[in-house]
Design a protein around this ligand. Structure first.
Ligand code: OXD
Ligand code: MN
Length: 580
């Protein structure tokens, strides 16, 4: 396979003369190609076959121990003007960034194969989909991209027809953290990433393209690229509502997207559209519609079990690439809270010793195609996407944020999203459990100045009078003894039901200074071991605590200076005066 598109061929030739690979392989996305690469990596030791009777077609990859998560401090947005990247991003001038990273790419692929991966983010026949080409020297990246995107011949065909594509250049380099950079050039629609093989840094279709570059494109073209799951909730009468939820990394997006309704909720069904990224457009009638640009899942393994996420647990029993989990005596994958078997080997390949390290890395991952998911929605392939009834923001907060509340209107909802804060997790290098501001769960992923991003969100109120309602949830509230107040997982359906009831104007709500809170009678607690008092506690809004929060949001907003949209300051002022 080569290409008829001159711009693509020229770029491939240019990269080859810079990186000096031994071979060039154009990827066609076929099963034959996938199986060949898996076999080859199995031989080279890049992958280890798991117990093929218990876990058919499942393999384990072990990363370099310094390369196990996203590296936000080494991730740059390279716009001409620093202010366009904003205080929410690391910035480098494009020329300086190219010079720095091009030095590292010189000869980087010597002795290696250079793979050319044409891919499409979104169904190939969707007008909302966008294409890219990733060049990489990592076969691990190729097989992951095969599971995560629509890649190969069909994508190339679309690229050749359209004549344009996002350029992503990746090399694992020598994995030296000092020579690791993830650079984005939004004006050029290009990405350069070197020195890491970790998913979020190396599978360039995901965070780099579908969020950082796409958010920039989306602003120009009038749509939104968001860090959101998309889920369909079917009621016993067979009607389905679609909801998009933005939660920070490793805060339960995959679990919510694949939720299994508890027995006490007969007749309800959940359909997964996506677990990480949503591209949102207004259609001609002003209805917001969503597609999932991805075609697979790169999910956090620890904590996944029959109780927390049975769909995922079953889905990763075959055709899955595991990264950085432990092993049992039977050569089955092992992770914390799997609740089956015991580990004998840890994620670094050493004999398991609980004093030394956990068996699976806290950010160990599974990569699997979405077609393996028992709850995968047929509409995930629909070119026009699905209509969105509600947008839900959320974070991991021990205190303060109630189980659920509803914004008063779209503009207030933008403030709710912009004010999100959450405890950090192992998905990125750095301290875990620190509360940080993570607006719309996009802190690591917005490819431009957050102030402009909020303006863009606000502008939707002028474009449609049928916008989704906006909500905020917190599954993680704890009591004084540090015990979670809400059971979470499948029981979260009860909260989604209230959200849909509000969208359909079926229930009233209590107005508070931060927004609308459920009347306790409207949250179904049938069969739940939850007293009315606990439910009240979950729904409490303490104005004094909120005032502190609002002051902290105010300080954060100040870092955006004059660029902060006036309408957002107005919403902020309204909230502050409601609290005082
Ligand atoms: C992810 C992340 O991998 O958000 O999805 O880090
Ligand atoms: Mn994510």
């Amino acid at each position: 396979m080569t290409t008829t598109l001159k711009a693509l061929q020229n770029w491939v030739d240019e990269v080859a003369s810079q990186t000096l690979p031994d071979n060039i392989q154009w990827c066609d996305g076929s099963e034959v190609e996938y199986n060949f690469l898996i076999k080859q990596m199995n031989k080279s030791g890049d992958l280890e076959a798991l117990n093929q009777s218990n876990y058919p077609n499942c393999y384990l990859h072990r990363s370099d121990p310094t390369d196990v998560a996203r590296v936000e401090h080494l991730t740059f947005i390279c716009t001409k003007e620093k202010e366009d990247a904003g205080p929410n991003n690391n910035w480098m001038a494009p020329m300086e960034a190219h010079n720095k990273i091009d030095q590292l790419f010189k000869g980087a692929m010597k002795g290696r194969t250079m793979y050319v991966i044409p891919y499409c983010m979104g169904p190939v026949d969707s007008p909302y989909a966008r294409c890219g080409v990733e060049i990489t020297d990592s076969a691990y990246v190729v097989v992951n991209m095969k599971l995560m995107t629509r890649m190969g011949a069909k994508a190339l065909h679309r690229i050749e027809q359209e004549g344009n594509f996002v350029k992503g250049l990746h090399s694992t380099g020598d994995l030296d953290p000092e020579k690791r950079f993830i650079m984005h050039f939004p004006d050029e629609l290009s990405i350069k990433s070197i020195g890491s093989g970790y998913g979020g840094n190396a599978l360039l279709g995901k965070k780099c393209h579908a969020l950082r570059i796409a958010s920039w494109q989306a602003r120009k073209e009038g749509w939104l690229a968001e860090h959101m799951l998309i889920v369909g909730i079917e009621n016993p009468q067979g009607e389905t509502h679609y909801v998009a939820c933005a939660f920070p990394s490793a805060c339960g997006k995959t679990n919510l997207a694949m939720l299994i309704p508890p027995k006490s909720q007969p007749g309800w069904k959940i359909w997964t559209l996506g677990d990480d990224i949503a591209w949102l457009h207004l259609d001609e009638e002003g209805q917001m519609r969503a597609i999932n640009p991805e075609a697979g899942y790169f999910g956090v393994v620890p904590g996944t079990n029959e109780k927390t996420n049975k769909n995922a647990f079953d889905m990763i029993k075959s055709d899955t690439i595991y990264t950085n989990v432990g092993l049992t005596e039977q050569n089955d994958p092992w992770w914390e809270d799997k609740n089956i078997g015991e580990p004998i080997i840890d994620w670094q390949g050493d004999k398991f010793n609980s004093d030394l390290r956990s068996a699976a890395h806290p950010n160990s991952r599974f990569t699997v195609s979405a077609v393996n998911n028992p709850s995968y929605s047929e509409l995930a392939e629909a070119p026009e996407g699905v209509p969105i009834s509600a947008i839900v923001f959320g974070g991991r907060r021990k205190k303060l944020a109630p189980l659920v509340y509803e914004a008063n209107n779209w503009k207030h909802g933008v403030l709710v999203g912009a004010g999100v804060a959450s405890e950090t997790t192992a998905a990125a290098i750095g301290e875990v459990g620190i509360v940080r501001r993570d607006p719309m769960a996009m802190k690591p992923f917005c490819g431009y100045n957050f102030a402009d991003y909020w303006s863009h969100w606000l502008s939707f109120s002028e474009k449609s009078d049928k916008l989704p309602k906006i909500f905020h949830v917190n599954w993680f509230r704890q009591n004084e003894d540090g015990k979670f107040l809400w059971p979470g997982f499948g029981e979260n359906l009860r909260v989604l039901r209230w959200i849909i009831d509000r969208c359909e104007s079926r229930v009233s709500a209590r107005s508070t200074s931060i927004g609308n809170i459920p009347n306790t009678k409207d949250i179904d607690t049938n069969d739940l071991d939850i007293s009315k008092d606990v439910l009240e506690e979950l729904l409490t809004v303490e104005n004094k605590e909120w005032l502190q929060e609002v002051n902290s949001i105010g300080e954060y907003f100040e870092t955006f200076g004059d660029r902060l949209p006036k309408e957002l300051s107005n919403e902020f002022d309204k909230l502050k005066s409601a609290l005082t």
